[in-house]
Design a protein around this ligand. Structure first.
Ligand SMILES: [Zn+2]
Length: 336
């Protein structure tokens, strides 16, 4: 009898301990889950894209001329590790040295610190992934011919003058004090604006900072191109709608000086220009909100200066269209 009583007491004690520990078990479990889900959200939070124009041009030509035996994104990522992400240290000889190593049969990704290399490779891929690849051009006989090369375009149509300088991060004061998160290309009102890269129209309409503006998302969803201050009364190609697919080199709108007004269709920008922004999105939560990543386009616009889309006026209209039929073959393929 005493024996069973003791056993019962022990049993009750164990039960009480179990009940008391339930909140701790749950607490631990929840913590464990939230730690886990944080790990799942291990995406890139910041990119400073300062690869210089000479470095871009040299590696671009190497990639295209070698048909990707030398991958420019791999070379640039390898250099970035060497320079600690600062391309002010860029020397052409560093590229030549890397090329020699590749020619000797060495794998570029193993030549450097793996952890830093994979960061730069992912960051630079997010910027440059669709710059080089396959595309088709329609010949005079009506046949399509396929090429491998640069398949993005300058945002300003061929034959139209513009000037620009490195203005990323300079102060702006309309609305609130903030940094200039884009690149301005000064051009006459009415100058045709060209889609730099193919993608889907995600935004179209008035925004109190950008005035009439178009936002285009790349097919891989990693890049958001923002074209702003478009022309009063006739800002963009009339048929353009949200959700439309545009092809790199298409005319999408016209330079103007709208913006800096809560009212629509107001010219409050002093000098007519195109504001071009490029936002990188590694996780959808970065698209809007306080942790946006916008990159400096100064070096990229210098690279694209020679790659302009030829345009012509459509008869009996105010519209322009591209002169050369072009088909983009995206590197990114949606898996469905
Ligand atoms: Zn601007």
């Amino acid at each position: 009898m005493i024996y069973t009583f003791k056993l019962r007491k022990l049993y009750l004690l164990l039960l009480a301990m179990l009940i008391l520990s339930i909140p701790f078990i749950f607490h631990y479990k929840n913590n464990f889950i939230s730690v886990n889900s944080n790990n799942d959200k291990n995406y890139i939070k910041w990119v400073d894209f300062n690869v210089t124009y000479p470095a871009l041009e040299k590696t671009l030509n190497l990639d295209i001329n070698s048909k990707q035996k030398y991958n420019w994104i791999e070379i640039l990522s390898c250099l970035a590790v060497k320079y600690g992400g600062d391309f002010k240290k860029y020397k052409e000889k560093d590229v030549d040295d890397l090329i020699k190593k590749i020619d000797d049969g060495q794998n570029i990704s193993t030549l450097t610190n793996q952890k830093y290399y994979s960061y730069y490779f992912e960051a630079y891929s997010a910027v440059l992934n669709e710059f080089i690849g396959q595309y088709k051009i329609k010949t005079e006989t009506g046949d399509w011919k396929e090429y491998y090369g640069l398949k993005v375009f300058s945002p300003i149509a061929k034959g139209y003058a513009y000037y620009d300088f490195d203005d990323f991060g300079t102060e702006r004061s309309y609305g609130y004090k903030r940094k200039h998160l884009g690149h301005d290309l000064m051009a006459l009102t009415g100058t045709p604006v060209i889609a730099v890269e193919s993608g889907i129209v995600e935004e179209l309409g008035w925004n109190k900072y950008g005035g009439w503006r178009i936002g285009i998302r790349s097919f891989d969803k990693k890049r958001y191109y923002y074209y702003a201050h478009l022309r009063k009364n006739y800002p963009y190609v009339k048929t353009l709608k949200k959700g439309n697919k545009v092809t790199a080199g298409d005319v999408i709108g016209y330079v103007g000086r709208t913006g800096y007004s809560s009212n629509e269709n107001v010219n409050n920008i002093e000098q007519s220009h195109l504001h071009l922004g490029l936002q990188l999105i590694f996780d959808e939560s970065q698209k809007d909100g306080t942790n946006q990543i916008w990159i400096n386009l100064w070096n990229i616009t210098q690279l694209l200066e020679k790659y302009r889309s030829a345009v012509e006026r459509i008869a009996d209209s105010k519209e322009f269209k591209r002169s050369i039929d072009f088909e983009d073959i995206p590197n990114f393929v949606q898996d469905e």
